[in-house]
Design a protein around this ligand. Sequence first.
Ligand code: PHE
Ligand code: NA
Length: 452
Amino acid sequence: MERRSQWGTRLGFLLAAMGSAIGLGNIWRFPATAFENGGGAFFLPYLFALLTAGIPLLIMEYTIGHKYRSSAPRSYAKISKGMEWIGWWQVAISFIISTYYPIIISWAIMYAYFSFGTQWGDDPTGFFVGDYLQLSEPGVFGSMIPSVMIPLIAVWVIVFIFLGKGIKKGIEVANKIFIPTLIVIFFIIVIRAVTLPGAFEGLDAFFKPDWSAIGDGSVWVAAYGQIFFSLSIAFAIMITYASYLPKKSDITNNAFITGFANSSFELLAGIGVFAVLGFMAVQTSQPVSEVADKGVALAFMVFPEIISQMPASSLFGFLFFGSLVLAGISSMISISETYISAVQEKFSISRKTAVFTGGGLAAIVSLFYANEGGLFLLDTVDYFINNYGVALAGLFEVVAIAWFAKSLKEFKGHANEVSDIKLGTWWTICLGVITPIVLGYMMLENLRREVT
Ligand code: PHE
Ligand code: NA
């Protein structure tokens, strides 16, 4: 058998794991989620979710990858024959995400370009849906949108090139370029943002705690959802990336570093985004809550409007959308690697063949969103993936491993053998008790919301 590829250095693995974790979820999802779920008070459930589910699961996924040195489906199969499907479920979720994630990256590429001369004009909302997406009637499929197709193809070409070159020469190199660049750009953005007039108004709105939120179950659900999405756990990604670790690798320490780096980036993004929103609020004499809209609207409708009003707007716009592109592509590479490695192993084909068949299929499916009505489709798919796909995948994962296979004790021993930080009973309780209960509750809560 061919020797399994490995990361060149520990830093290489860490940058790749951070590259996967730090993504669109940090830059636009986190600020909006925190703001809507209690502001400063959100940090309590958020930290709880990070420490009881996020980092413990990251440790578990690193352990699984490191121990079995296989793609996710085969790793689960090695835990127990009947569990291979959990790996495929997670791989399938990653596949679906990889069909619409590049669309958002494509928008960011075009907006980095539109930043020169602030081409979105005086009506960025009209520009986004009308001129750029050419949506006449949402939800109706029409012709392809050429202005989305060009950057979309570029994204796929970049992703294919790095994936085709393999772990050390491809994925590791990409992240060694993208992540340090992203960090530098982001510091520039945040410093610029907090020195704008009105910045503190925005930060005040962001951090002001609404303590009543703590008693609200849906706030806890949002915190767990954010942590899962943001740390790329239960997507087969971290198992896959850890499967390329050398034998001598500190698992637990690496998991803590990844978790804290991702959360720091999230906090930084929240500060940057809300400082800018505060500036906007002061410029237009509106309350911050009025300008803090959500998701796509925030990045591609509200932000362009604000950027137009800023000094050196073209440069700021270019850096902001450029940071979305860098964060997005490094996450995109990790999502795609899950199914590349899975099919490569399952059908004993070469990496290049796997990239062209698996990636090629995802690329073709992604064209469906580059279409009139694509935005509606994207929203719907994203909603179901986040509310059901991931929560279920996480629930299957912990229940299968902790309750059915009863592997936690063995995994703990494995991680402790190679790690400086030793896992104690807290780890077993987090994964065997707390996380399954919360995820089970999360599923019920989502269903209940559906019915009412
Ligand atoms: N963790 C990434 C983010 O925060 C998103 C992501 C989700 C990446 C799922 C891969 C898989 O944006
Ligand atoms: Na993230």
